[in-house]
Write a protein that binds this ligand. Structure first.
Ligand SMILES: Cc1ncc(COP(=O)(O)O)c(C=O)c1O
Length: 423
């Protein structure tokens, strides 16, 4: 409770902010970590919680960014505002390089008919998720995977799409939770899913690590087409896909009329701090009035965003050069090797672990246990931070998420400590 004092303003708190459940997951984990460090000041805590990258960005990519930054100190190289949607032509120093929108369209959607004018370069996909919510407004209905990345539900609550939080069920009213677990191969039972206007769908999924198969995505697109819904497809982890699972929703015929795709350089290029992502809005995607969604999204971008940093865009372009791309994927491979070490660790302990093959997350099942209890036990006994699955929705109960981002020696040390905890 907060006290009303004579220092308070007369401005009422946003009702939707009041509706938000107390804490965003990661601040709560940080608070618990702080308590743990107070209790064990000499413990070497290993953080396999928040999904943040750890490996240095390859030199070929940072060199492009530093060249771009240095050119800003020259009369010819100085640049001010760029295009809100991402540069048409990025010119710095003596280089004239192809536009990032075009490079994204060609590299990630080469055969899929995505045009550069449908690609909107941004400062990251989390920011784009909020801008999409602004575009959609408070009157749309929402479905999401349960468990899922918390930004979808929290931004829905903030914009006013959700009803009250129900402590008994762990769910907000007016939101369709699509349970995804081992029993349904991490894909919702669509025959039991109510129609909503918007379906947030993340593949490879954070936190379960599951990449939807082509057949699953065909079902999803068909479901959206039958219901006249829009899919917001989050492919932030597409670079981790090793098997034949689609890397983009546009690999599915008919998706252009029902899907927006958000994606990011954060987890593929280690740009979590640099900040660079993109959103694709196909021209064929229309509101019920026939008005093109892309026109409104363009308006939102021009009003609420002033374009991604040109230094970050120079880095993005370097990532998409042939050598840059190779260098970027070698870092992804490093995290995948970490994933294999952790998958082997959990298998050797007789625990069922999912994910890790197509995503930098391992999703470990502790049948019958509460996920915050498992989190606490692992922290207490091994000084390892994980993420309790219930933080991603009620469907995450009984699971913990373990990130595979980390230095190799840290992952090996974590593996050794876990083996001693569950001998
Ligand atoms: C599924 C998913 N989407 C989006 C993001 C945010 O990415 P960005 O750094 O591009 O904002 C994350 C970050 O963890 C994520 O897990």
């Amino acid at each position: 409770m907060h006290a009303v004092t004579d220092r308070c303003t007369k401005v009422a708190r946003n009702f939707n902010m009041e509706r938000l459940r107390n804490n965003y997951l990661f601040p709560e984990i940080s608070a618990r970590e702080l308590e743990h460090i107070k209790k064990y000041p000499n413990a070497e805590v290993i953080r396999l919680g928040i999904g943040d990258t750890t490996e240095p960005i390859p030199d070929i990519i940072t060199s492009a960014m530093s060249d771009c930054a240095r050119s800003l100190s020259t009369p010819d190289g100085y640049r001010g505002y760029g295009a809100e949607q991402g540069d048409k032509e990025l010119i710095y120093s003596i280089f004239s390089v192809q536009a990032l929108r075009k490079a994204i369209a060609q590299t990630f959607y080469g055969d899929l008919a995505v045009r550069d004018t449908e690609v909107f370069v941004s400062d990251g996909s989390q920011c784009d998720i909020s801008r999409l919510q602004l575009l959609l407004g408070s009157n749309v209905t929402i479905a999401l995977q349960d468990p899922s990345f918390p930004a979808y539900i929290d931004s829905s609550v903030i914009i006013g799409q959700a009803g009250d939080f129900q402590y008994k069920t762990g769910k907000y009213r007016n939101i369709e939770y699509m349970k995804c677990g081992p029993k349904n191969n991490f894909f919702p039972d669509l025959s039991n899913t109510s129609r909503t206007d918007i379906i947030f769908f993340c593949s490879p999924n954070n936190p379960t690590g599951h990449a939807a198969s082509r057949e699953q995505l065909e079902q999803l697109v068909e479901f959206a087409r039958e219901n006249g819904s829009i899919i917001v497809y989050d492919s932030a982890y597409a670079a981790y896909i090793t098997d034949k699972s689609p890397q983009s929703i546009y690999e599915i015929p008919g998706a252009r009329e029902v899907a927006i795709e958000v994606s990011s350089f954060s987890k593929s290029a280690g740009f979590t701090g640099v900040r660079l992502g993109w959103t694709v809005v196909p021209k064929e995607l229309l509101f019920s009035s026939g008005f093109p969604v892309v026109n409104d999204f363009n308006r939102i971008i021009c009003t609420c965003f002033n374009g991604a940093s040109i230094i970050a865009q120079a880095g993005g372009l370097a990532c998409l050069s042939p050598e840059g791309y190779k260098a970027m994927l070698s870092v992804v491979d490093y995290y995948k090797e970490n994933a294999q070490i952790l998958l082997d660790t959990f298998a050797s302990l007789g625990l069922k672990a999912y994910g890790g093959v197509n995503a930098p997350y391992v999703w470990v099942h502790f049948p019958g246990s509460r996920s915050w209890d498992v989190f606490s036990e692992i922290l207490e006994k091994t000084h390892i931070i994980t993420v309790p699955g219930s933080g991603f929705g009620p469907g995450g109960e009984e699971f913990i998420r373990v990130t595979t981002f980390g230095r190799r020696e840290t992952i090996l040390e974590a593996s050794a400590r876990l083996k001693s905890l569950f001998p």
